[in-house]
Design a protein around this ligand. Structure first.
Ligand code: SAM
Length: 317
């Protein structure tokens, strides 16, 4: 499926729940979310129908995300059915890893090929602060379990936040020597309504190579990330820069929220509801969403916030 600007859209990010067992300060309000009624959310069958519709248009990669996908009771069934969908060749998942100790192997067996794990700090107190009560050891145990479960690739993602974890760039980067995983640093995006962070929090990921003079640019490419490698590193270091250098010209994705809204662009208000549709109608809605995809979103900066009408946990990061 090619959009109006010649980009091939092959990647669907499927948010399977808005709920999360953490409350990260940049992602979710402290009081959690105003839970939508059960009948307002997509059912498992509707999610699978949407994936089939996407596959019928040539989309072949699905990332299962949330909220926290692993709090969803039927997550293994959703993953298995997505992975078994004809035409879907890459089923991958994003998680905070706190429930991976028990679920890593079953997820791998259900057909999840790769996982992205969110981890912003290696300090238990800071982890509890940023996640409003999360336990770092649970995430680390989950990462260890993922390493054992045979995924094709594991990436660890940290949102870089000035004054919070910029002092941990060396320690986080050194995880690539401990585990055969990539460590990616992502710029904090100013989402609507999040006023918790001052301007100093929004720092460019160029801070990472400045802090790590021994890191060398790596030959391999990874989508939107600029890649580096530490001497002796088993994995690479990636830099993702939604603020300092947006990557709209390479955008290849559509998002589907847990309440059934297609989002052509993460940072725009535009949404199309597919709740209650049959597969053919869903395919038509996906085509419409592709046509509505803007060339690029308005710039994001320390002072210019995203135009998304929802916080990240409701979009599916
Ligand atoms: N619960 C899962 C997790 O923790 O990975 C999946 C959903 S979470 C919304 C996906 C990713 O979005 C996380 O890596 C999170 O750090 C990132 N995220 C949320 N809000 C963000 C923001 N304002 N700026 C940059 N990244 C953000």
């Amino acid at each position: 499926m090619i959009d109006r600007y010649g980009r091939e859209l092959y990647y669907l990010r499927l948010s399977v729940t808005e709920r999360c067992n953490l409350r990260c300060r940049y992602c979710m309000p402290a009081e959690g979310i105003c839970k939508l009624r059960h009948d307002q959310m997509l059912t498992e069958d509707e999610m699978i129908r949407a994936v089939r519709a996407a596959a019928s248009l040539g989309m072949y990669k699905v990332r299962i995300t949330g909220g926290e996908p692993l709090v969803k009771p039927n997550i293994l069934s959703v993953c298995r059915r997505v992975a078994e969908t004809e035409g879907i060749t890459e089923t991958v998942l994003t998680t905070n890893a706190t429930r991976l100790a028990a679920l890593a192997r079953p997820l791998r067996e259900a057909g999840i090929r790769r996982v992205n794990i969110s981890l912003d700090t290696l300090n238990a107190e800071k982890y509890a602060f940023m996640t409003r009560g999360g336990v770092l050891a649970e995430a680390i145990n989950g990462i260890e379990a993922a390493m054992e479960a045979g995924f094709e690739k594991i990436k660890i993602n940290a949102v870089l936040i000035g004054g919070f974890n910029d002092d941990e760039i060396p320690a986080l980067a050194a995880l690539t020597r401990r585990w055969p995983a990539d460590m990616r640093f992502i710029e904090l995006m100013p989402m609507p309504g999040d006023t918790l962070f001052g301007e100093h929090a929004y720092i460019p990921v160029s801070r990472v190579p400045e802090t790590l003079p021994e890191a060398e640019p790596a030959a391999e490419q990874d989508g939107v990330a600029r890649m580096y490698r530490l001497p002796g590193g088993l994995g690479s270091i990636g830099l993702i820069s939604p603020l300092s250098n947006h990557f709209c010209s390479n955008c290849n994705r559509l998002r589907l929220t847990a309440d059934g809204h297609l989002k052509p662009c993460l940072h725009s208000r535009e949404e199309i509801s597919i709740k209650g549709m049959n597969e053919e109608q869903m395919a038509e809605a996906i085509r419409q969403a592709a046509l509505l995809k803007p060339r690029q979103h308005d710039p994001l900066s320390r002072s210019e916030r995203s135009h998304a009408a929802r916080p990240m946990n409701q979009i599916g990061g």
